[in-house]
Design a protein around this ligand. Structure first.
Ligand SMILES: *Cc1c(COP(=O)(O)O)cnc(C)c1O
Length: 356
């Protein structure tokens, strides 16, 4: 039976990414050796790194003056690396979810942290809009897509201080005006590659302004200067990321992807709104994520939650349980998710409600 992979992360990847990665594990670039056992400084892997960085820049239309880095440590390491490198006195954070909150907490070890707004008391079911960012903040940190709660900041914000964004779960889902950001980071395992590599897009002239000592591996300049090869980079997920980037380009790039993502998300949100048994956890259309669609059973049908889960599972749906802090269901609809899988979910919801 065909599986429909709605997992929130690690998550669905294009077939070509999986297939080409598997082939490279057996025989990498015609070397007769596995990708897993060759030097990262050999010409075959250097070519992979160069092409991945170049395609990253091309697909996101990254202007001159920015560098793309591929690092280890996950997005979670960026929660401390960002303030280490950019927080001199004060930073502002928007608290839109568990990840945003973790980033904010980590920054507190480096200086004054101002939480400009939070949606915590309503279980993060909206994105706060009217807040003031202190004009003397070194940067303002946002999480553009809140993977757990299904909210998303889909427009690039205009702010009065340098903007830093965690884009772990919506990178490459839409065009981004990179020039509005000083730094963007994310774990690759949501929309790009298997776990193990973290991407960073950093404006180079923002670096080198701190008085503090920064440990070598946590200093962005180390990796800018070393071309992400200061130490051994995570070669396998970087290779896979390149395959996804090639696929993205074939699909028409991020503008084409955005249209497809809107179309896919509409299909599912429309059914959730239409179907009397279900309710979206995020009410405001503007805040609804195109990548993680969270919904619960309406109050009068709460006791049927397990029945729906069982029906969906029997039809090949995988990874649809909501995060334990939210409950209900979460359908993650990343770039690689085909519309037919979302249609299968919608059909399943229709079949379920027809029974009652
Ligand atoms: C998954 C996720 C993280 C954590 O990423 P790791 O690579 O596991 O550290 C951080 N932020 C967001 C928005 C995420 O979705």
């Amino acid at each position: 039976m065909k599986k429909h992979n709605f997992s929130a992360g690690p998550s669905i990847l294009p077939d070509s990414t999986i297939k080409n990665s598997a082939e490279a594990v057996l025989n990498f670039a015609g070397t007769g050796l596995s990708l897993l056992e060759v030097s990262h400084r050999g010409k075959e892997f250097v070519a992979v790194m160069d092409e991945a960085q170049a395609l990253f820049k091309e697909l996101l239309d990254i202007p001159a003056g920015y560098e793309v880095l591929f690092l280890g440590g996950g997005a979670s390491t960026q929660f401390c690396m960002v303030p280490y490198n950019l927080l001199a006195k004060k930073a502002a954070y928007l608290n839109t979810g568990t990840w945003a909150n973790k980033a904010l907490k980590e920054a507190k070890g480096f200086g004054e942290v101002v939480e400009v707004a939070s949606s915590k008391d309503t279980l993060y079911n909206y994105v706060p809009k009217n807040y003031e960012i202190p004009s003397d903040a070194d940067y303002f940190h946002i999480t553009t897509n809140n993977t757990i709660y299904g909210t998303e900041i889909k427009k690039d914000l205009d702010v009065n201080v340098p903007l830093v964004a965690d884009m772990s779960s919506d990178i490459f889902s839409r065009p981004v005006d990179i020039s509005k950001y000083t730094l963007i980071y994310g774990g690759a395992q949501k929309n790009l590659a298997p776990a193990g590599v973290t991407f960073v897009i950093v404006k180079k002239d923002a670096l080198g302004k701190m008085d503090r000592h920064i440990p070598t591996m946590l200093d962005y300049r180390t990796h800018v200067d070393g071309g992400s090869m200061f130490n051994t980079p995570p070669v396998f997920p970087i290779f896979s990321a390149l395959q996804t980037l090639k696929w993205l380009k074939e699909m028409g790039g991020v503008s084409a992807m955005e249209k497809i993502n809107i179309d896919k998300a509409d299909l599912l949100y429309n059914e959730i709104d239409r179907n009397k048994m279900f309710k979206a956890t995020v009410a405001d259309q503007e805040d609804r994520s195109l990548m993680n669609i969270c919904f619960v059973m309406n109050d009068e049908y709460k006791e049927l939650e397990k029945d729906f889960f069982d029906l969906a599972t029997s039809k090949g749906m995988s990874g649809i349980k909501g995060h334990r802090s939210v409950g209900g269901f979460r359908a993650s609809t990343y770039n690689a998710m085909p519309k037919e899988s979302i249609q299968a979910m919608v059909d399943c919801m229709k079949e379920f409600s027809a029974k009652y």
